[in-house]
Design a protein around this ligand. Structure first.
Ligand SMILES: Nc1ncnc2c1ncn2[C@@H]1O[C@H](COP(=O)(O)OP(=O)(O)OP(=O)(O)O)[C@@H](O)[C@H]1O
Length: 556
């Protein structure tokens, strides 16, 4: 209905927006972008998936390739790992995303790129009441087969500290089992091999076990021991790291004092923070790797080899304004983003052209608020960075600094002297932010001790997650895998040829020989676009070969 109809002719609909963007891209030969913004639960993610469906359908008329399939699989994978039940929305995206669909000048889809912003890591280790952890944990725990339960040493949900904080009723097992099956399928659609899926599930299991690590302390609060032993053994097995090194990373920190490295025991609070930080870093690195992998599958190989001129339509599905009972650094960043978007909208007032009747929208000029956040040298972000880099600073000193620099700003409202919080008057309303953990969340990097530990893992996949440049390593991994696969093809082809000549006098028919060589031809011509997206040097090349072949057949 909406195809080729000008905006405003029919009643407002997301397909009208898709059609307008598509036509404008082709007609004006200019890239387009659809910005979706709104409160949590208002339908941003649903709208963006309808947009993707419609935009790929419009392109399909012009004979598109396989990018749609990957895109359709990418949705459920990102949703499982990046969405959770919140008080507002039982499928809330806890990250922002930008999907860029690339088109040839003829309007055929050529590939796509997904970019993610700010995954809410804190959710992994604690949440408000009525909120849940990321969907994928529940899917795995309730949907895994007996073999998978054994392989990943899975327990019951209530046995994990990171999951038992909420009062969950698991009577809805069937739908979770169904979601796990759907996740498996979606992972295959984006090109995950079964061995890759296993690595991912092992890491998820390890993250849940990390929450069960408990500490014993001295009277002074220094960490004396860590356990329980079975949890540490399972962790060391799942992560394929040495148990002693794991214990050391969980209980001690290194400090460099006048060129000497001191190893000091953590205090209990520090140790718990180190443990939680390891879980959060692992999950975030895994999420980044998944996005990277999906992008690799979505990227059209020819784009890298030829310079083809492409047009694009971007879809920005970004967090809306958030104002909860407890607001922290995440809401601080999210609300700053909505301020920036609001400013953008106020400069590009185009609602009327869609034919939607409005009582006039009065745009408040929010430049003052944006400056308060980001203007050098005393913008809130700059002060936060300054205070994050001072070793002696605390949340308290940070709050004093913010109050001191912005005491005359009407948009910054100080709270009672003893209250560890501050209030900001946003365009959309007043929000009270708790200062707790602002510095820590702002510094939010993988701890060097954790990096060292995981770099020592026997699992190449884990080593890849923590390397300094995942993109470079990812590409290098592909190149190495390609070379290895080609070498394997050649070796196998030689063996088969020898065998064929041996059998020529006996049983192997000409048809069989042809069939084998066709399989090789087919595989070698596609090998470079298949999935060997991480270093599989710890596996036998033949296993890799079989796996890739099976996956290729399935995807075909
Ligand atoms: N077009 C639609 N048709 C039917 N239901 C919808 C539609 N849009 C949204 N919903 C319902 O509203 C719920 C919330 O939508 P969605 O997850 O897209 O919100 P959101 O704005 O992306 O929220 P968040 O910011 O928390 O991620 C959906 O789970 C669905 O039940």
């Amino acid at each position: 209905m909406y195809e080729d109809q000008p905006l405003g002719k029919l009643s407002p609909h997301i397909y009208a927006v898709a059609n307008a963007a598509y036509r404008a891209m082709l007609g004006r030969r200019r890239d387009q972008c659809v910005v979706i913004s709104g409160e949590s639960g208002s339908g941003k993610t649903e709208s963006s998936s309808y947009l993707v469906h419609c935009l790929t359908a419009l392109s399909q008329k012009r004979y598109a390739g396989g990018a749609e399939r990957t895109l359709l699989g990418a949705g459920p994978v990102l949703e499982a790992f990046g969405n959770a039940t919140t008080a507002q929305n039982n499928n809330s995206s806890r990250f922002g995303k930008f999907i860029q669909l690339n088109y040839l000048e003829s309007g055929v889809i050529r590939g796509a790129i997904i970019e993610k912003y700010l995954l809410e890591k804190s959710r992994l280790v604690c949440r408000d009441e009525n909120e849940r952890n990321y969907h994928v944990f529940y899917y795995l725990l309730m949907g895994a087969s007996k073999e998978e339960r054994k392989e990943f040493s899975l327990l019951q949900p209530h046995e994990y500290h990171y999951l038992q904080q909420e009062d969950i009723c698991f009577e809805d097992d069937e739908s979770l089992t169904h979601e796990f099956k759907r996740l498996h399928q979606a992972m295959e659609m984006v090109g995950f091999l079964s061995s890759t899926k296993k690595m991912i599930f092992s890491i998820l299991s390890a993250i849940m076990y990390l929450g069960n690590v408990a500490y014993g302390t001295t009277e002074e609060g220094e960490v004396l021991d860590v356990g329980p032993d079975n949890v540490l053994s399972t962790l060391s097995d799942l992560l394929k790291v040495k148990k002693e090194r794991l214990v050391s990373a969980l209980t001690k920190r290194r400090a460099v004092v006048s060129n000497d490295t001191l190893v000091l025991p953590y205090l209990l609070k520090e140790a718990t923070t180190a443990r939680d930080s390891m879980a959060k870093s692992l999950y975030s690195a895994l999420f980044d790797w998944i996005v990277l992998h999906i992008n690799h599958t979505l990227l059209n190989r020819r784009d890298m080899q030829e310079s083809v001129s492409c047009l694009s339509i971007g879809i920005l599905d970004i967090f809306g304004f958030e104002n909860y009972q407890t607001n922290s650094f995440e809401q601080f960043c999210i609300n700053y983003t909505t301020e920036k978007l609001h400013h953008y909208f106020s400069q590009h007032e185009e609602y009327l052209s869609e034919g939607i009747s409005w009582s006039t929208v009065v745009y408040t000029d929010n430049m003052g608020c944006i400056d308060m956040f980001s203007k050098k040298p005393t913008g809130l972000f700059h002060l936060l960075d300054e205070e994050s880099n001072l070793p002696q600073a605390t949340d308290g000193t940070l709050l004093n600094k913010l109050k001191q620099h912005h005491k005359d700003n009407a948009l910054f409202v100080a709270t009672a002297v003893m209250e560890p919080a501050f209030v900001i008057q946003h365009f959309a309303g007043r929000v009270k932010y708790q200062i707790k953990d602002f510095r820590e969340k702002n510094m939010d990097h993988m701890r060097p001790d954790v990096v060292l530990l995981l770099r020592g893992s026997e699992r190449a996949f884990l080593r890849q997650l923590v390397c300094s440049s995942p993109v470079a390593l990812f590409r290098w991994g592909i190149l190495r895998a390609t070379i290895r696969i080609i070498a394997t093809f050649n070796a196998l082809a030689r063996e088969r040829a020898k065998e064929a000549s041996r059998r020529r006098n006996s049983k192997m028919t000409l048809g069989e020989i042809r069939k084998n060589s066709r399989a090789f031809d087919r595989l070698s011509s596609h090998s470079t676009s298949l999935d060997f997206s991480f270093d599989r040097s710890d596996e036998h090349p033949l296993e890799v070969f079989e796996d890739i072949f099976a996956n290729y057949e399935k995807r075909k």
